[in-house]
Design a protein around this ligand. Structure first.
Ligand code: 4NP
Length: 160
């Protein structure tokens, strides 16, 4: 199994969108038995909450359902449990590295490192903006999801 964890600050906007988009891609590619997905926040304020209604609406408009997801805070044992621990921005990466056991730091990466064509390295926090921010964030996440799957195929699946 390949395990992927998407991480943002609140786990109600960016990382559940990433989990939903990537989960949908994994299903369409017939890889559900090989790839496990989850998401969490570095902060715990929204633990137990469903994704933000604006994130749900944007995903739904693209045919992706994320209302079933529930927020949780990152745990120290996540670093040993997931092969990919993907932060949405530099602040997420700093917070993750501050709690990551040294043997697992190479698992912590910026999600957009899998989409160089986007031309930026962070997925901006859309929480305090309007619906346009959620649309842009969705497009970045969609591109990075395809890049991530290509990386997983190369590094983990092609050798099977
Ligand atoms: P996210 O957005 O990190 O993409 O889920 C945020 C959601 C909530 C907060 C910050 C960012 N907040 O401060 O409550």
């Amino acid at each position: 199994m390949v395990r992927v964890l998407f991480v943002c600050l609140g786990n109600i906007c960016r990382s559940p969108t990433a989990e939903g988009v990537f989960r949908d891609l994994v299903r369409r590619e017939g890889l559900v038995d090989l790839i496990v997905t989850d998401s969490c926040g570095t902060g715990g304020w929204h633990a137990g909450d469903p994704p933000d209604s604006r994130a749900c609406a944007e995903a739904e408009s693209r045919g992706i359902e994320i209302r079933d997801l529930r927020a949780r805070q990152v745990r120290k044992d996540d670093f040993g449990s997931f092969d990919y621990v993907l932060g949405m921005d530099d602040g997420n990466i700093q917070n993750l590295l501050a709690m990551c056991p040294p043997e697992f730091t190479d698992r912590v990466k910026l999600f957009l490192s899998f989409a160089p064509e986007v031309g930026r390295h962070d997925v901006p926090d859309p929480y305090y903006g309007g619906p346009d921010g959620f649309r842009k964030v969705f497009d970045m996440i969609d591109k990075a999801s395809h890049g991530l799957l290509a990386d997983i195929r190369t590094r983990h699946l092609d050798a099977r």
